[in-house]
Design a protein around this ligand. Structure first.
Ligand SMILES: [Mn+2]
Length: 295
C-alpha cells in the first residue's frame, strides 16, 4: 500500500477531491545516487512552496490554474525502502494515475525517477527529455538506477515511438557512440542557442504534430546554471527560461504527464531554481488544460 506524507502547500493552491481530479501531483524525493551532490529529497517541498507564491495565470493563454482540478497527494513515504523498491513504488503510483485517466505530475527527486515513470507509460508514446546530459550510461558507479542512466533505463523499459533529448551539451564518448544506434533525436544546446525563439517554438509545434502522447521529463540542469544554480550537476552553456518555455508551451496539448527532477534547494541562490521549476510545471499543465478543454 502506497502511503504519502501530506503537504501544506498542495500544488496549484486548491486541493480537488481525488474522485474528481484530472491532475495528480506527487513528490518522489528520491535521493540515492547523486554522483556529485545530494539533497534532492528536499526538492518537492521547496518547489510547492515557490508555486504557492507565483501568480496563477499562464502568460501564454491567460489560463488560471485555479480552474484545474488538481489533487496533490504529498510526498511518497518510503523511509525503509531500497532504491529498487522506491523505483517500483513510483512506477506503480504513476501507472495507477494513468489508468484512472488522470495526468501524473511527479516532482523529484533525482532524475532516476524517469526509470520508474518510463515503465508506467503506454507504449508508443513520445518521450521528450530536457537535459544537459545524455544519461545513456548502462550503469554508473555500479548502479543501473543512477541518475546518469535515466534515459538508458527509459529506453530499456518501454517501446517509445520516439525519444527526443533537448538541450544536450555534456556527453561521454561511449554515450555519443551509442546515440547513433538508438532511436533518439538530439537537439544540441549549441544549435538551440543559435535559433530564434520563433524557430524554437516552431520545433515544439512540429514535435506536437508528429506525436500522439508525449511525456515530458525535465532535468533542471537543461537550464544554464546562471538561471538554475540549484542542481546536482551544473553544466555551462545551457538554455534560458524563454527558450524552454516557448518550446514546452507548444508541446503541452499533447502531453499525458510530466516529471521534474534534479533540484537541490541547499545549492540554490535566492530560490531562483525552485521558482523556475514551479513555473515550468505551472506552464505545462495550464497550457495542457487550455489546449484540451477549450474548443
Ligand atoms: Mn542532467
Amino acid at each position: 500500500m502506497t502511503s504519502f506524507i501530506p503537504t501544506k502547500y498542495p500544488f496549484g493552491g486548491f486541493q480537488a477531491k481525488i474522485e474528481k481530479a484530472e491532475y495528480f501531483v506527487f513528490g518522489a524525493p528520491l535521493d540515492e545516487t547523486g554522483s556529485y551532490r545530494n539533497g534532492y529529497k528536499d526538492a518537492p517541498r521547496a518547489i510547492r512552496k515557490a508555486n504557492a507564491n507565483i501568480e496563477t495565470l499562464n502568460i501564454f493563454n491567460h489560463q488560471d490554474i485555479a480552474e484545474l482540478l488538481i489533487y496533490d497527494a504529498g510526498d511518497l513515504n518510503w523511509e525503509k525502502e531500497n532504491i529498487k523498491s522506491k523505483i517500483n513504488t513510483i512506477s506503480k503510483t504513476t501507472n495507477n494515475i494513468l489508468r484512472k485517466n488522470m495526468y501524473p505530475i511527479i516532482i523529484g527527486g533525482e532524475h532516476s525517477i524517469l526509470a520508474a515513470n518510463s515503465k508506467a507509460l503506454p507504449p508508443k508514446s513520445t518521450l521528450v527529455v530536457l537535459d544537459a546530459h545524455a544519461d545513456l550510461r548502462n550503469e554508473y558507479e555500479g548502479n543501473a538506477y543512477s541518475h546518469a542512466c535515466a534515459v538508458k533505463r527509459a529506453i530499456m523499459n518501454n517501446e517509445f515511438e520516439k525519444i527526443i533529448i533537448f538541450g544536450l551539451r555534456a556527453i561521454s564518448i561511449e554515450e555519443k557512440k551509442s546515440i547513433e544506434a538508438l532511436n533518439t533525436t538530439i537537439f544540441w544546446a549549441k544549435d538551440i542557442l543559435k535559433q530564434s525563439i520563433s524557430e524554437i517554438r516552431d520545433l515544439g509545434i512540429k514535435i506536437a504534430e508528429e506525436s500522439n502522447a508525449i511525456f515530458v521529463s525535465i532535468d533542471l540542469d537543461v537550464f544554464d546554471p546562471s538561471v538554475a544554480p540549484g542542481v546536482g550537476n551544473p553544466e555551462p552553456m545551457g538554455l534560458i527560461p524563454q527558450q524552454v518555455f516557448f518550446f514546452l508551451n507548444e508541446l503541452a496539448g499533447k502531453t499525458i504527464g510530466m516529471e521534474i527532477s534534479e533540484y537541490i534547494p541547499k545549492y540554490d541562490v535566492s530560490e531562483i531554481t525552485s521558482f523556475l521549476a514551479a513555473r515550468a510545471i505551472h506552464t505545462i499543465i495550464t497550457s495542457h488544460y487550455f489546449l484540451t478543454h477549450s474548443a
